[in-house]
Design a protein around this ligand. Structure first.
Ligand SMILES: Cc1ncc(C[n+]2csc(CCOP(=O)(O)OP(=O)(O)O)c2C)c(N)n1
Ligand SMILES: CC(=O)[C@@H](O)[C@H](O)COP(=O)(O)O
Ligand SMILES: [Mg+2]
Length: 627
């Protein structure tokens, strides 16, 4: 196997074309086999096998800087930079990350995970190289989906006026996670398939073939005419007008074309864009047929392409999707928005039932928030469904365009908490800290999937900025048949009454709180257990009652400690002049949490019932002999 001889990117430079074609086949087989066992972003990586081989054939990593936008398609890059042996640990705790990680390899020169950052980073590196009088290249590999992200367009605008050695490889597979959307995507499609371009090209070739015995010189001239005609009719005029040299579109699975074009790009000065046409999932029919599903997939059966999933209660995402469809049946003003993630956020059904009230804005979270504000101003009740981590992109819009004007926008914040295998860039553990200090906002998190239904219904009635946040988890399998009802705003819920300790738990941490309480009850302690439910406004009446009880109070949340629910409660007690309270907060410490199984990660940061019980036992007065 050629693949197993690769411990450094220079190895691939020594292969001839036939060997590179063999290597591409080996890599595809390897990816399918490995990702079927670990899960991961198979489709995107199958689409960039030849592109990555060509890049490492023409350029010299790490001197030439390769920045992989989003980074979910960097598995082939990792294979070619000597990490193929680690693929059995892909996305496992302490194993290979599914995204570029500088600590993993010198060839991972910039960490990504959130979309559309590669051109900005590459441009910065290109300017640094110029100022350092270095001649290396900075190369951003960005997908057609990521190119719809505002920061990418900001970077194109800035780069276009520069004279630095920046190469942008536009990996165009017509897909974001779902089908790509927007005017830019339509423009790219025209460039791929423009009848003018292909007609003019055919006409020229037809004429040339008519003229007998054309010398190679004439043919080269004719080729140049054909290429210059392309710029007249089709071209990448958009990119050319922005100051880029545009090369393409070229077949992203043809190694010869790729290498010759990249050699041409390497020789040129100034900002340059190579438009590469690829197929997402290339070489594995189930992934080619279903690129959305195989964008990011769990373990699957290679023969059938079927996911290997255990039977489980519906996910919070599914319950959100079903509930918003049910509410929208009666409430005609509900409109739903996604930033290129209809499937991931559970909005597929809504988009089919109410297409006129559904908006996929591309990877454009900032725009999505202010679009929602505009829709609300027009009398609609917009619901922006977005992962916690990606809403970070729209912070100013939430504050400035929604809350300041107190506009009724609902934020369905999915993946709130540790997400597991995607790691640091995707854990949704910061949103309380960046949202709860904004005036006019309401923030709630359900204890289970049934309470999520009621929270969504409550949010629609609230007529203000509301965040309903929920985890990347399956529900608890609770009954969901009861009528939708409004929850009392700002009120916690007593799950259990006790005297010796009070535990306030947020979302899925309630099950941990109940486990802690049952462990302590074996030691004759009785425990108040509260489902926090609201992070803002706080339930001040209940907090006062807990303080008056005089028992220790612990708060458990799957969110950074700094700025989370526990912080809010401490702030309240300080403002209320409550002194000498015994309070202990449990949550995410002040560090980035790496990738791995969620339960493993919780254990690593002391967020298990056993660890919490042990620690708070020291807090509690001695009661019985065997404590
Ligand atoms: C800011 C942000 N929003 C959303 C996502 C989720 N996401 C990951 S990959 C992707 C689609 C990327 O499409 P494209 O750039 O075309 O790459 P492809 O998967 O087609 O290779 C999206 C929306 C993200 N990573 N970052
Ligand atoms: C690469 C990326 O950002 C998305 O594909 C993300 O990995 C999806 O996460 P979920 O698997 O939680 O939908
Ligand atoms: Mg794409």
């Amino acid at each position: 196997m050629l693949l197993q001889t690769i411990n450094h990117p220079t190895t691939v430079k020594e292969f001839n074309l036939e060997q590179k074609i063999q290597l591409a086949n080996e890599i595809r087989t390897f990816l399918i086999e490995e990702v079927s066992k670990t899960g991961g972003h198979l489709g995107p990586n199958l689409g960039v096998v030849e592109l990555t081989i060509a890049l490492h054939s023409v350029f010299n990593s790490p001197e030439d800087k390769m920045i992989w936008d989003v980074g979910h398609q960097s598995y082939v890059h990792k294979i070619l930079t000597g990490r193929w042996k680690q693929f059995s640990t892909l996305r496992c705790y302490k194993g290979l990350s599914g995204f570029p990680k500088c600590k993993e390899s010198e060839h991972d020169v910039f960490e990504t995970g959130h979309s559309s950052t590669s051109i900005s980073a590459a441009l910065g590196m290109a300017y640094a190289a110029k100022l350092n009088n270095e001649s290396n290249h900075s190369i951003a590999i960005i997908g057609d989906g990521a190119m719809t992200g505002g920061i990418a367009l900001e970077a194109l605008n800035h780069a276009g006026q520069s004279d630095v050695n920046l190469i942008v490889i536009l990996n165009d597979n017509e897909m974001s996670i779902a089908q790509n959307v927007g005017a830019l995507s339509n423009y790219l499609t025209r460039m791929r398939t423009d009848p003018n371009y292909s007609r003019v090209k055919d006409d020229i070739e037809f004429i040339l073939k008519k003229i007998p015995a054309i010398g190679s010189k004439m043919l080269k001239t004719a080729e140049r005419i054909k290429d210059s005609l392309k710029y007249l009719f089709v071209s990448g005029m958009l990119f050319e007008e922005l100051g880029f040299t545009y090369l393409g579109p070229i077949d992203g699975h043809n190694l010869e074309d790729l290498e010759s074009t990249l050699q041409q790009a390497k020789r040129k000065k100034g900002p340059l864009l190579v438009h590469v046409i690829t197929k997402k999932g290339k070489g594995y029919p189930p992934a080619e047929k279903n690129p959305d599903l195989f964008h990011g997939i769990g373990k699957f059966d290679i023969e059938t392409g079927q996911s290997i999933k255990k039977q489980a209660p519906p996910s919070y995402t599914k319950v959100f999707g079903d509930t918003i469809v049910a509410i929208a049946a009666d409430e005609q003003k509900i409109a739903c928005i996604t930033a290129a993630m209809p499937t991931g956020t559970g909005l597929t059904d809504f988009s089919k039932k109410y297409p006129e009230r559904f908006f996929d804005v591309g990877i454009a979270e900032q725009h999505a928030v202010t679009l929602a504000a505009g829709l609300a101003k027009g009398g609609f009740i917009p619901v922006f469904a977005v992962y916690s981590t990606f809403l970070q992109r729209g912070y100013d819009q939430v504050l400035h365009d929604v809350c300041l004007q107190n506009i009724p926008v609902i934020f369905a914040v999915d993946r709130a908490g540790l997400v597991g295998q995607d790691g640091e860039t995707h854990h949704g553990v910061f949103d309380l800290a960046y949202l709860r200090h904004i005036p006019n906002i309401t923030i709630m998190m359900p204890k289970d999937e049934n309470e999520l239904r009621h929270m969504l219904y409550t949010a629609v009635q609230l007529k203000g900025p509301v965040v309903v946040r929920y985890p990347r988890l399956n529900g608890n399998g609770v009954d969901m048949s009861e009528e939708l009802a409004c929850l009392p705003i700002g009120r916690m819920e007593y799950i259990n009454r006790g005297q010796d300790l009070s535990i306030i738990a947020l979302g899925p941490m309630l099950s941990i709180a109940q486990d802690v309480a049952s462990r302590l009850e074996t030691r004759d302690f009785t425990v108040n257990i509260l489902n926090a439910r609201f992070v803002k406004p706080l339930d001040e009446e209940t907090l006062d009652a807990l303080a008056n009880l005089g028992a220790p109070i612990i708060i458990i949340e799957e969110h950074v400690l700094q700025g989370g629910l526990g912080s809010a409660i401490l702030e309240y007690y300080e403002q209320a002049g409550r002194r000498n309270l015994k309070i202990k907060r449990y949550g995410i410490p002040d560090k980035f949490i790496e990738h791995g199984d969620r339960l493993e990660l919780l254990s690593q940061i002391g967020l298990t019932a056993e660890q919490i019980t042990e620690e708070i036992s020291q807090f509690l007065p001695l009661k019985t002999q065997h404590v």
